[in-house]
Ligand binder design. Sequence first.
Ligand code: CP
Ligand code: NVA
Length: 308
Amino acid sequence: MSFKRRNFIDLADFKRHELRAFLDAGHDLKRKQKCGEPHEVLKGKSMAMIFMKSSTRTRVSFEVGMTQLGGHALYLQPGGTQLGRGETIGDTAIVLSRYCDVIMARVFGHGEVVELAKHATVPVINGLSDLLHPCQIMADMMTIEEHKGTLEGLKVAYVGDSNNVSNSIMQGCTIMGMDVTIGSPKGYTPTDEIMERAENLSRTYKTHLEVVTDPAEAVKAADVIYTDTFFSMGQEREKEKEEALMPFQVNRALVNNAKEDVIVMHCLPAHRDEELTSDIMDDPKHSVVFDQAENRLHAQKGILALIV
Ligand code: CP
Ligand code: NVA
């Protein structure tokens, strides 16, 4: 199986055995890093990282990941490049491809990362767009495998605002054979377009996919509860949305509706005591949020090792 020059923009571009190969590479590189085995498979390679939005995890995990693989990463902020002065995404993609072996971009509109990939002659990785967050969900699936030993047949319940993270969960987890329930209030459920794409995947992979508007029903018999911020980057805080989402807060009462050994996930950054209470976030019996953050490093090294 060859992934050379494949973009990593949308999990729905991949089949199960392909996502499996990325996950296996991530687990393998994690093991190698933990036991000090050399794995500098990208010696002499460079990655340009374009950040149109803030980041802690994505920036640091990609940069450190490239270093550990023997390569180098360049951090580019729009204000510090000619993108901020109107150079087109297409021209930028062509130029960066002449210097670098891979481009990672965190953008607002999903079309921006698609446009980048259209013009680049090296692979492009989506480090989050308003529509999708594929690298996050690869780290999350690694984390679920570590804690549950498998993915297939498990139920993941995402509760809260339907956003880039829940969209990628519907794709990635469905492809890997998990049942997905989205619990969101009316007005904040997935769009018809993203739903249709996820339903196609669910038919192909014979999994259960549903959207409900009752949080307790969403998490019933769940193996995994996942939540994310009520307001994603670029969104204004609105009282009405906050009030609609508060009943979807992941707290002790909600967790008690799930399986006894449910794990609780959040891509971070968390807004403690808003979408997730501190007692659950800090509860070692359920919370795996910092394992997810660590696995960004390993999962992305797996992706880089295969596509660069
Ligand atoms: N989860 C995530 O992408 O975090 P950052 O915004 O810190 O990169
Ligand atoms: N949904 C969040 C994820 C942050 C990692 C956002 O887009 O801001």
